[in-house]
Structure formats: structure tokens, C-alpha cells
Design a protein around this ligand. Structure first.
Ligand SMILES: [Zn+2]
Ligand SMILES: [Zn+2]
Length: 336
């Protein structure tokens, strides 16, 4: 138990309505610890809720407003911050990995700058908790330059893969997903995606069939596996783009022929990291919340597991030892 924090200065006190369990939280809990070894620490960085109190230096009219929280606290002085590329900050703090985050009833938010307001009072709190991963997916689609009329392959049918596919569709592209775990294929299919089980079907052949032998315009590689990157190179068209989104767990090796194809097809290998929060050219977070508010982006159907604070440790253990297969797991506080 910790006391409810009190906001001072520009701080906001948020009553958390939903906080997602991120893939990165599981190693953070069971192996790595927090990045600055700050303990005790409340983790959880994918959250939103209602502002219930503000410090004396904050806009009092914020009380009662609902929204998502941008968890990154950039230093504000490094070159990346000065060019508004906050995800690349060299010395950032972070709610939920370096400072207290969203797996709690209340969370202190440093200032209104971090608050992305929802204008739809009927948007569920758990949708606010999906804003962060949904925006990461949107950023990958933008980094790939996906636009109307394009063909896109998304590799990996986890929550970010499915949301990437949904953004690509929203942006006017035709999308196919690939996945090697049959249960995940079935889940994605049941949630409106066109999915190839690439452990059963030759993905490269299938993609060439779907694109008249040309290959897709853009691949979103969401697995981080070397074999998948190799397949991505074979699936993408000449002058195409591969967005590298999945975090690698091992050294990446690709075949000689695939390496040659990167050159011969003049491919673009584009990294993607987090999301863009500055207002120019577009604040991707505000765009996500707007699309959620308007019902154009769907996210809550991907939440397969909901947990109270008390049951959260058991849920995380189950995810860690793989006895529980999730799409998205979320802490949702019990109604009081
Ligand atoms: Zn995350
Ligand atoms: Zn910085």
C-alpha cells in the first residue's frame, strides 16, 4: 500500500481507469528490474484515466477531464528534445519504468503537457490504456510511408501487429498479416484480419500470389526475428520499404541472397521507435485519441485479459511462464 500522492505545482493527479501490460513489463518484473534501479517503483506505462486533482500551478479546469498519458518525460535540453523528437531524448525519465506509473489507483502526472484529452465521455477507460501501443503502431505505419492504394504485409499478430494492420487499412492500404502461432492466427482472423500462418504456408509465395509477383510496397516487421527480416526482404517489391519494429532478442542473420536483394531492389530499411508527440507535423497521440473518440480505430476487442490490482501479479506470472496466452492484458480498477 502506498498513500495517494498529492499534486504540487503543475502536477496532475490521475485516477487510473486502465493500464496495459506491455511486453517490456514482463522482463522488467522478472529479470531486468527497472532501468535506473529505483525501488520501490510502480510500473505500467500504458495508461489513462480521469484527472481528480491538480497542483496550484496547473489549470484548475482540467479536473474531471479524461484522457491518456504520454509517459515519457524528456530532458528538454538535448539536441533531440530541441528538435521535438522526444522519443530520442538522451536523458529521459519515464512514468512506469523510471518513475511511478499506472499500475496503481492513482498516478501523478508531471504536467498537462503529458495529458491527451478524450472528448468522448463514453470512451471506456481501457481504450485510454491502449493509446500508447496503438500510437506505436500508428508511428510504424507513418514511418513506412503507408498511404492509400498501397499493399502492406504486417509480420506478427500481437496487439501492435493487429493495430498496425488496422492503421494501414484506415490509411487506405490493403493489408495481410503473417504469424507462426496458430492460436494467434485464429485470434487475428476472428478480429477482422487477413492472416497467413507462415509456419504452414510459404509466405513469400503467398505474398507474390497476392501482388501479381511484385511484392508488397511496405513490410512492417513486428517480430524482431532474423528469419522474419529475411522473409520481409523477399516479400517487398523493388524500391519497397521494410519498417523494423520488432525488438530483436538475438543476433540477426540473413541469407546471402536476401542481403543481395536489399541492394538490387534498393530497399529502404526503416527503424521505428515509440511515437511522435510534437504537434508538428502531427501529434500522433492526439490523432489516436481522436480516432478512438470517433470510433474509427477499434482497440478494446484486443483485450483478452482484465485484472484487478490484487490479481495482477498472478496474471503477470502466467504471462511470464507462458501458461496464459494473451493478446492484450490490462489492469482495470474495480468499480467502487
Ligand atoms: Zn509498452
Ligand atoms: Zn532530451
Amino acid at each position: 500500500m502506498v498513500p495517494i500522492p498529492r499534486p504540487v505545482g503543475e502536477q496532475l493527479l490521475l485516477r487510473v481507469e486502465g493500464c496495459g501490460v506491455c511486453g517490456s513489463d514482463i522482463p522488467r518484473i522478472f529479470e531486468l528490474g527497472t532501468s535506473r534501479q529505483r525501488y520501490p517503483l510502480i510500473i505500467g506505462h500504458e495508461f489513462g484515466g480521469t484527472i481528480v486533482e491538480v497542483g496550484e500551478g496547473a489549470d484548475q479546469s482540467l479536473v474531471g477531464k479524461r484522457g491518456a498519458v504520454f509517459p515519457c518525460i524528456p530532458c528538454g535540453t538535448c539536441d533531440s528534445c530541441l528538435s521535438a523528437n522526444y522519443a530520442m531524448c538522451e536523458d529521459y525519465d519515464y512514468l512506469g519504468s523510471r518513475s511511478d506509473g499506472g499500475f496503481a489507483e492513482y498516478c501523478l502526472v508531471p504536467s498537462a503537457w503529458h495529458f491527451v484529452e478524450s472528448k468522448n465521455p463514453s470512451l471506456p477507460g481501457e481504450a485510454l490504456g491502449m493509446t500508447e501501443p496503438c500510437t506505436v503502431a500508428q508511428h510504424a505505419i507513418r514511418e513506412g510511408g503507408v498511404t492509400a492504394g498501397m499493399t502492406v504485409l504486417v509480420m506478427g499478430a500481437g496487439p501492435i501487429g493487429i493495430m498496425s494492420a488496422r492503421w494501414a487499412q484506415l490509411f487506405g492500404a490493403s493489408v495481410v498479416l503473417s504469424e507462426i502461432v496458430e492460436e494467434k492466427c485464429e485470434f487475428a482472423r476472428a478480429h477482422g484480419c487477413d492472416v497467413v500462418n507462415s509456419s504452414q504456408i510459404d509466405l513469400i509465395e503467398r505474398v507474390h500470389e497476392l501482388t501479381n509477383g511484385k511484392g508488397v510496397d511496405v513490410v512492417i516487421e513486428g517480430t524482431g526475428a532474423g528469419a522474419a527480416l529475411g522473409q520481409a526482404i523477399e516479400c517487398v517489391r523493388t524500391f519497397g520499404t521494410i519498417v523494423m519494429m520488432g525488438n530483436p532478442a538475438n543476433d540477426t542473420t540473413i541469407k546471402l541472397m536476401q542481403h543481395s536483394q536489399v541492394l538490387r531492389k534498393e530497399l529502404k530499411l526503416q527503424g521505428t521507435w515509440n511515437s511522435h508527440y510534437a504537434d508538428a507535423p502531427i501529434n500522433e497521440w492526439r490523432y489516436t485519441v481522436r480516432m478512438l473518440d470517433e470510433g474509427k480505430m477499434k482497440v478494446t476487442d484486443l483485450i483478452t485479459h482484465r485484472s484487478s490490482l490484487d490479481d495482477l501479479p498472478a496474471l503477470c506470472e502466467g504471462i511470464n511462464d507462458r501458461s496464459i496466452l494473451i493478446c492484450k492484458a490490462m489492469y482495470v480498477p474495480e468499480e467502487k
